[in-house]
Structures are given as C-alpha cells and as structure tokens.
Design a protein around this ligand. Structure first.
Ligand code: NIG
Ligand code: FE
Length: 383
C-alpha cells in the first residue's frame, strides 16, 4: 500500500541532498519514505493525501520524558512560583503515588500522555522509569513503557528513596545489582540523576558506578547532567561514551570542550528552566563549539509538565538564541542522534514515514506563533 502526500507548501527533509523543498510531494510505501520531490514530478500511488498547502516536517523526536507516574504536584509548582527553589525533593511524593497505583492506572496515564504528544507532532518518545525505586516497581514501569516505545530507560538512580536515606551505598548497590538485573530485559538505556547539588540525587562516583553497571548489563547510557550546578555529570557522560548528556544548564569551559571532543549529544530541556524559573542553557556556546544539540521536553510531574515539543522549540528560539531552523533540527534530527536512531528525525528515502503537518505555510510558524497548536502527526492509515 503506497500513499502520495501532496499539497506540501514546504517540506523540511533534513536530508542533506534534498534540503527544504517548496511545492513538494512525498510517497510513503510500507511505512517508509519511498520518494521525495517536486509535486509536479510525483509518481502515482495507491492512495493520495492532500495536506492543503501546509508545511510538513519530520515528526518530533522527544528523547527525554518521564511518563510512568501517578499523582499530582500542582501544589509544589505553585510553591515554586512563590519562590521555593526546585531541588528534586518533590520526586518523593510522585514515588509514593506511583508505588500505590495499579498497573491500569499507570498505563492509562502513560498512554494518555503519549497520545497527547502525538497530537502535537511527536512520533518518537523515550520513556524513563524512576518513580518506583524498588526492584518490582522499576521493572513494572519499564514493562509498561515498553508497551508504547522501544526507547525505554532504566532510571532506578533517579533519587535515593527515603527508606535508604541513611544508607546511600546500599541503595546504589541495589540499583547496580538486583534492580538492574530485573530491569535490563525491558530497557534499552541506563540513566542517572548526577547532581551533587541535590541531596536527593547522585554524586559523580555514585553515577559512575550506576552507569558502569548499566553498560555491563548491555544498556547504552544517557545522563541527567549539570541541571542545578556545574557538577561532574557532563564529563562523565562523555568519558563513558553516553549517547546524551541531558540538561547541560550549568557548563564550565571543560564541559563544553569535552562535549566538543566527544560523541555525546547535549540535550537541552528549556521547558525545565521555564517551569523552574532558572537560567536557560547556553545553546549558542554549544553550537558554536560544534556540539550536536538536541531539544526535548523532559515531560514529568515535577520540573516540567509539558508534552509540547513545539513549545520547547519556541523557547529555544525566543530564549536561547537558536534560529528556527536550528531548533527544528534539534527537536527532530538532534533527538534522533541522542537516541542513536538513523531511521527518524529526517524525511529522506528510507526513513520511517513519521510525518508531522504544520497548519501554516512554513515551519517558521512553530516559533513565530508560540503556544498556538499548529502541529500534529500525520496519520497515514498504514497500520
Ligand atoms: O529531569 N532532574 C531530575 N529528574 C527530572 C525531574 C523529576 C521530577 O521532579 O519529578 C528532570 O528534571
Ligand atoms: Fe528528566
């Protein structure tokens, strides 16, 4: 079954040989892009979808999200908006609610958020555990996450749970031992909240232990790094060959040099800075140093409860001096790089047919019209 998508006023491909095309068409065959070119040269196909003079972009790749949770932290948010700083301490309340929730409740919340993302143009999403923090609750979170995405991340080292507060070493041993053993079969990635600036999170030595164990169990690595302070997370991520260092809000020259000299993507999460009233990461410094930059939502009930990649893209443009084209690349191809995916984030021949339609003549409207719900994933009915 092939589908011709036509009526595309502007097609952003992120394929270097194609670039951005005007008056374009695209053929999808068996879930993959089979042909891209000018509308006037489009071949026949089994069915035809006319997007009516709108822009088409690669679906957003949201490479950082925490979607398996229960409960609500609106009161914590309100306190923060009254001046209370974010330090990760509120994670404990989500852990309590998540442990108490049924599988069906967690599944319904998770699927609802994934649907909310798709309705806003996100076609690939990474989902972390990290609100269970027992062997069974972490494995459960990852089993549920694997129902909706192959990009599942073991984050048993999100915070030290209250029952281990006086025995941090024992908790790290649990994460690196029985918890990892139970979770690895359901996870592609291992992650850690490396943040010596938070009493709840993990220091550099603890993070190294967690990441090393994760890699020994066959998982690839990503790191919550340098969110609250310029700690050791970014350099550790680069040293261990992690796919991504996420947050990168507080960076030293040595951190930027390490990123520029390595293969680790810097994933910026500007919704967090917006939602915690924190200074934004210096995207220009990273881009100018030649670092690959991704944008993601970090959708979670504490530090940033948005599911909108378009909102984060607009923040990156308005607050972080990224151009609209750079921000769109980072929200699609950059996210793909952060997940080491070569089949998404672009629309060249052979790519997954993950198309998003912008209800405007150009992708520029994503930043030009912030907060307006312009973008949705295109449903091709290909099953
Ligand atoms: O990426 N920084 C740590 N973890 C999440 C926040 C989780 C929460 O507050 O519930 C983050 O910002
Ligand atoms: Fe996060």
């Amino acid at each position: 079954m092939s589908t011709l998508v036509t009526g595309i006023a502007e097609l952003v491909t992120h394929d270097p040989s194609l670039g951005t095309l005007s008056d374009a068409a695209l053929v999808v065959d068996d879930g993959r892009v089979a042909w891209v070119g000018s509308a006037s040269a489009a071949p026949a196909a089994d069915e035809r979808i006319d997007v009516g003079g709108r822009a088409v972009i690669p679906g957003f790749v949201d490479s950082h999200a925490h979607l398996v949770f229960a409960g609500d932290r609106a009161a914590e948010f309100e306190a923060r908006m009254s001046g209370v700083a974010y330090d990760g301490g509120g994670i404990a309340s989500t852990v309590a609610a998540t442990r108490a929730a049924s599988d069906d409740d967690l599944r319904a919340r998770l699927r609802g958020l994934v649907a909310e993302m798709r309705a806003q143009g996100t076609t690939t999403v990474e989902v972390k555990s990290g609100y269970g923090l027992t062997v069974d609750d972490e494995a459960r979170a990852l089993r549920l996450a694997a129902e909706v995405t192959p990009e599942t991340t073991f984050l048993g080292a999100h915070v030290v749970p209250a029952e281990y507060a006086e025995r941090r070493d024992a908790y790290v041993d649990l994460v690196c031992g029985p918890m990892l053993t139970a979770c690895a079969p359901h996870a592609r990635w291992a992650d850690v909240f490396c943040e010596p600036g938070s009493a709840h999170a993990f220091d550099g030595d603890e993070a190294r232990a967690v990441l090393t164990a994760g890699r020994a169990a066959g998982l690839d690595l990503r790191v919550h790094a340098n969110q609250l302070t310029a700690g050791p997370g970014v350099r550790l991520a680069v040293e261990l060959g992690a796919a991504s260092a996420d947050h990168c809000t507080h960076l030293t020259d040595a951190d930027v040099d390490a990123l520029a000299g390595g293969t680790t993507v810097a994933t910026l999460l500007p919704g967090v800075e917006f939602s915690t009233r924190s200074p934004y990461p210096d995207a220009r410094r990273l881009l100018d140093a030649g670092v690959t930059v991704a944008l993601a939502t970090d959708c979670n009930p504490g530090s940033c409860f948005t599911s909108s990649m378009a909102f984060c893209l607009a923040l990156a443009v308005h607050e972080m001096a990224m151009t609209p084209a750079e921000a769109l690349w980072s929200a699609t191809a950059g996210g793909a790089a952060a997940l080491r995916r070569t089949d998404v984030g672009y629309l060249g021949v052979g790519a997954r047919a993950d198309l998003a339609v912008v209800d405007a003549p150009s992708y520029r409207h994503l930043a030009y019209r912030p907060g307006v719900p312009l973008v949705r994933a295109l449903e091709l009915g290909l099953g």
